[in-house]
Write a new protein. Structure first.
Length: 220
């Protein structure tokens, strides 16, 4: 009996030690947004009389295809989500924005929920025009980035670029030197951004120091 109680005590002690180790282990990395399974199609509709639409379908909990069309269009345009991006991402309907320029084109702006990386896709309705992709987006979906509603903003590690989604007019500001930016952890080098139609302001890491840069701009 004494041996039995000794074994039970040892098991309780080991269980307690294991529980302590488990509870004090490394926490799961924080995600940008909820990566819960995407099950339903996400739909956006513009205000133009032709009712332009953009659909994102889901498959196996991930975005599967992008379909865009408008009323009276001969045939829908469609492309694979992963094929277009060249990578797999997790998306959340609350962290996607769609901007329509009449029935000419739509801009789809979103962030990968796992990393926070920003993506921007221009979807022209004219079949003779190619879509374009920016995988270094600085989107206002990120609370540290304040961007005017009509603008799309991205970076190439040495500059910040601004484009009016309605007119196509553009502006830019240089950082002064290339930065070793990993777009999956953008905040390691770009802390915050504020862009309006006449001003760019950024706080960036240069040579281990946080620096603020600002420039008045004219979109043209």
């Amino acid at each position: 009996m004494k041996t039995f109680f000794s074994l039970v005590s040892a098991m309780i002690l080991l269980t307690a030690i294991y529980s302590c180790k488990s509870s004090s282990g490394p926490a799961a990395p924080k995600t940008f947004c909820d990566t819960a399974c995407l099950k339903d199609t996400i739909k956006f509709t513009g205000d133009h009389e032709k009712k332009p639409t953009v659909f994102i379908t889901a498959k196996n909990c991930l975005p599967d295809s992008i379909i865009w069309s408008y009323k009276g269009m001969a045939a829908d345009r469609k492309t694979g989500f992963t094929y277009l991006l060249g990578t797999t991402v997790n998306i959340n309907k609350d962290y996607i924005r769609c901007f329509f320029k009449d029935n000419e084109h739509a801009w789809l702006l979103f962030n990968d929920c796992a990393t926070g990386r920003g993506f921007q896709i221009k979807l022209p309705y004219d079949k003779s025009a190619n879509f374009s992709l920016k995988s270094s987006g600085i989107n206002s979906l990120d609370p540290k980035f304040s961007i005017a509603q009509n603008l799309v903003v991205n970076t190439d590690r040495g500059n910040i670029y601004v484009e009016d989604m309605s007119t196509g007019k553009k502006a830019m500001m240089t950082f002064g030197q290339p930065l070793p930016i990993d777009y999956d952890v953008l905040h390691d080098h770009i802390d915050s951004v504020n862009v309006t139609n006449d001003r760019i302001w950024v706080k960036i890491l240069i040579d281990k120091n946080w620096v603020e840069k600002e420039k008045k701009i004219v979109l043209e």
